[in-house]
Unconditional design. Structure first.
Lengths: 112, 107
């Protein structure tokens, strides 16, 4: 069956770079897009960006300057890198394929 | 940038009642809308895609409608397990913007 699983550090210092990995099984990255979505504690969902099946990317304009999404199709992994982190970037980070399949999310806290 | 506005922000409904919540897009999105249900501590679950198509296994008490800029999610005969947050999202074309959500409480 299809599974997506996020992994990465739970704690990041302010001004540092966040690196997250989404490991996908049961789904081909060359046939399916993967998005990153985040959700601050007690708040709503924010779409961050997508990597398309052809490897192209689109980003939320509000965070585009800080965000990069890439992938390794041989490992079936999608990566998120976001720099200049601030406390307001504290959130649960999800990866999802279309709307059907979501990971469980990984909580990231930005704090010194 | 497209903005998705959901209303109301919250509602409190009795079991068996019918509930309607709304999602308004700031520009024409045709039928490119999905609806999700999210319960505390869980990932969102897809309910409706392309405005009116019920996803696999979603009870038929959930119905989506609308086209263009105005969309509605209706739950007929609400059950206790429907207590959750509900989000709309533009799909098919990026940015895949989410609405701010509607909280459904059961009295």
């Amino acid at each position: 069956q299809v599974q997506l699983k996020e992994s990465g550090p739970g704690l990041v210092q302010p001004s540092q770079t966040l690196s997250l990995t989404c490991t996908v099984s049961g789904l081909s990255l060359t046939s399916n897009s993967v998005s990153w979505i985040r959700q601050p504690p007690g708040k709503g969902l924010e779409w961050m960006g997508v990597i398309w099946s052809n490897g192209g990317t689109d980003y939320n304009s509000a965070i585009k300057s800080r965000l990069s999404i890439s992938r390794d199709t041989s490992k079936s992994q999608v990566f998120l890198k976001m720099n200049s982190l601030q406390t307001e970037d504290t959130a649960m980070y999800f990866c999802a394929s279309k709307g059907d399949y979501w990971g469980q999310g990984v909580m990231v806290t930005v704090s010194s | 940038n497209i903005v998705m506005t959901q209303s109301p922000k919250s509602m409190s409904i009795s079991v068996g009642d019918r509930v309607t919540m709304n999602c308004k897009a700031s520009q024409n999105v045709y039928n490119n809308i999905a609806w999700y249900q999210q319960k505390p501590g869980q990932s969102p679950k897809l309910l409706i895609y392309y405005a009116s198509n019920r996803y696999n296994g979603v009870p038929d008490r959930f119905t989506g409608s609308g086209y263009g800029t105005d969309f509605t999610l209706t739950i007929n005969s609400v059950q206790a397990e429907d207590a959750a947050f509900y989000y709309c999202q533009r799909i098919y074309n990026s940015p895949f913007t989410f609405g701010s959500g509607t909280k459904l409480e059961i009295k």
